[in-house]
Design a protein around this ligand. Structure first.
Ligand code: ZN
Ligand code: FE
Ligand code: FE
Length: 275
């Protein structure tokens, strides 16, 4: 039915992350490709990654949705930050091949005063430098809340990036319900219209994963503050409508709600009970 999980971390490595996800009731999960605040990535053990792949297979997991570090900004104005981010995304995509056939999600970036057009071009340039035609990983651009100089708050911006990527079959989109709502798309009262707009501008065939979060703020607030399911402005009925929407079936749903493990287990069970 639904593939759902949360962000999992473990200092013990990849197979350990899979075990945690299982214990919480998940059949997909998200993980940071390195420390979320950035920095040098820990070496991946091939044996450990293979162990995880076996666990995923045995337990019929959906595709995983890895997440790039928050500090990565491939369209940064500062040359050194941008350089560092370009190296990071390229290196991460090589690392992702330890767990083949999954998703790598990233925040498109903040143009920090350079303007949307330059930002979009730099993001596309970074992707063209990092993506290799033979890779098995699909890179996902995340829909953003449009906070500050964030790019990706409008579907048109994501479309403009995708249009400039050479390896068209290696890019897609991850829809974050909190971000889209904060960005001004009313997924609660007009889910059909929002998804129709997504389809018209980006194409639903590009939509591969969902970040499933309630929001602390009103639709159009451009804030990006996640909330537990049912405790935010989207509300339980709204979240349920989204989860059950026919056009979203079969995609991995990732919880990024402010919870401890017990809270995640509860939310995973709750969402499953809707099906
Ligand atoms: Zn994100
Ligand atoms: Fe997200
Ligand atoms: Fe967010």
């Amino acid at each position: 039915m639904i593939k759902i999980g949360n962000h999992v971390t473990s200092s013990k490595g990849y197979a350990a992350m899979g075990k945690i996800a299982l214990e919480l009731g998940g059949d997909t999960f998200a993980f940071f490709t390195r420390n979320p605040r950035g920095g040098k990535a820990k070496e991946i053990s091939t044996a450990d990654a293979e162990k995880l792949c076996v666990l995923l297979e045995q337990n019929s997991f959906g595709k995983l949705v890895a997440h790039a570090p928050y500090t990565m900004n491939v369209c940064a104005a500062r040359e050194d930050v941008r350089q560092f981010s370009w190296e990071m995304i390229a290196e991460d995509l090589v690392r992702m091949e330890h767990t083949p056939g999954n998703y790598y999600n990233f925040h498109p970036g903040c143009h920090v005063g350079q303007g949307t057009e330059i930002g979009i071009q730099l993001i596309a340039d970074a992707l063209n430098a990092a993506i290799r035609p033979q890779q098995s990983t699909i890179v996902l651009l995340e829909t953003m809340a449009g906070k500050g100089s964030e790019i990706g708050g409008r579907f048109e911006e994501l479309r403009a990036i995708i249009d400039r990527v050479s390896c068209q079959d290696k890019v897609g989109v991850c829809l974050d319900t909190c971000h889209v709502w904060d960005g001004g798309y009313d997924l609660v009262n007009h889910p059909d219209e929002v998804l129709e707009e997504f389809d018209r501008i980006i194409g639903l065939d590009r939509l591969h994963a969902i970040h499933f979060n309630d929001s602390m703020n009103e639709c159009g607030s451009h804030k990006d503050r996640h909330q537990k399911l049912g405790e935010g402005k989207i509300g339980l009925e709204g979240m349920k409508r989204i989860a059950l929407h026919p056009l979203l079936q079969g995609k991995p749903f990732i919880l990024e709600t402010p919870n401890d493990d017990e809270g995640y287990a509860r939310e995973i069970a709750l969402v499953r009970s809707w099906f």
